[in-house]
Design a protein around this ligand. Structure first.
Ligand code: SF4
Length: 272
């Protein structure tokens, strides 16, 4: 099947995104449920926490870029954005409450905002936030476009991604960060100073913020392009990766489709 036909079926206006590439490399079934069948199930509370935390930080970046002063009230404004995002997700997509409940989540996100402001917010210098980017993969026929959203580009040309996770993230091995670096290189003619993850590590004993940084070179970008082209070839040849059933990828906690997935129940690999 031609990649252009698949992209048409996906209804993405001919785009692939770093998230789609990652999902495809993780599990063909997951990719099919999400992008071909477009099955949207209520997100787990773990995912929702990450999204509302992100919404709070984006509110802060937007104020800074608009030249608004950072005051004592900033944390309240960020919290209000997180609360509104939570309400909106509850009313539209639904939330699978597994590890926490609404009140606990709101308390936790407030603690996370306070910690972030103390450790990051005081010194960060946002230039562009929630930056939508698109660029072409170096293939002539068909043209494959990549689309993504960068959390933050700072005034000193650092690409930042904010995450909430159970352990710190590694920018060196991140396909998403390599993709953003490739875009940066193609659009500015130079490499970013660094790619940085600010990971809010959620632990029972309380959250910490782990900062991991990597100074990319051009091979970092070519690794992304090779990986993306490899995915395009696999899509055309209809070769799909399936994870080990015993791996963390294939678990109720990390896969939203676990309860409906035929593969996880020992069924046959359905046609994609
Ligand atoms: S349960 Fe496993 S095989 Fe099924 S979609 Fe999720 S990750 Fe893929």
């Amino acid at each position: 099947m031609r990649i252009s036909h698949l992209l048409e079926r996906m209804g993405t206006n001919g785009y692939l995104s770093p998230t789609q590439l990652n999902t495809f490399l993780q599990c063909g079934h997951k990719w099919r449920y999400r992008y071909i069948q477009k099955l949207r199930l209520p997100a787990s509370d773990r995912v929702v926490f990450g999204r509302i935390y992100d919404a709070a930080l984006q509110r802060f970046y937007a104020s800074m870029i608009a030249g608004e002063p950072d005051t004592e009230r900033s944390a309240d404004v960020m919290f209000e954005m997180a609360r509104l995002s939570l309400e909106q997700m509850e009313n539209t997509e639904g939330i699978r409450w597994e590890e926490t409940n609404k009140d606990e989540m709101l308390r936790e996100v407030m603690d996370a905002i306070m910690l972030w402001r103390e450790q990051i917010g005081q010194t960060i210098k946002p230039l562009e936030a929630a930056k939508e980017i698109e660029w072409l993969l170096p293939v002539k026929n068909p043209i494959v476009k990549i689309h993504g959203v960068i959390d933050l580009i700072t005034q000193d040309n650092v690409i930042v991604d904010d995450k909430a996770a159970s352990r710190k993230a590694s920018p060196e091995s991140s396909l998403q960060m390599a993709a953003y670096t490739d875009w940066f290189l193609q659009h500015t003619g130079r490499l970013p100073e660094a790619v940085v993850f600010h990971t809010l590590v959620r632990r029972k004993s309380g959250p910490t913020i782990e900062i991991t940084s990597y100074k990319p070179d051009e091979t970092y970008c070519s690794r992304f392009r090779e990986r993306a082209l490899q995915v395009c070839k696999m899509l055309e040849a209809q070769i799909y990766i399936l994870p080990e059933l015993s791996s963390w990828v294939c678990s109720e906690k990390y896969c939203d489709y676990y309860n409906i997935c035929e593969h996880s129940k020992g069924g046959q690999h359905a046609e994609i």
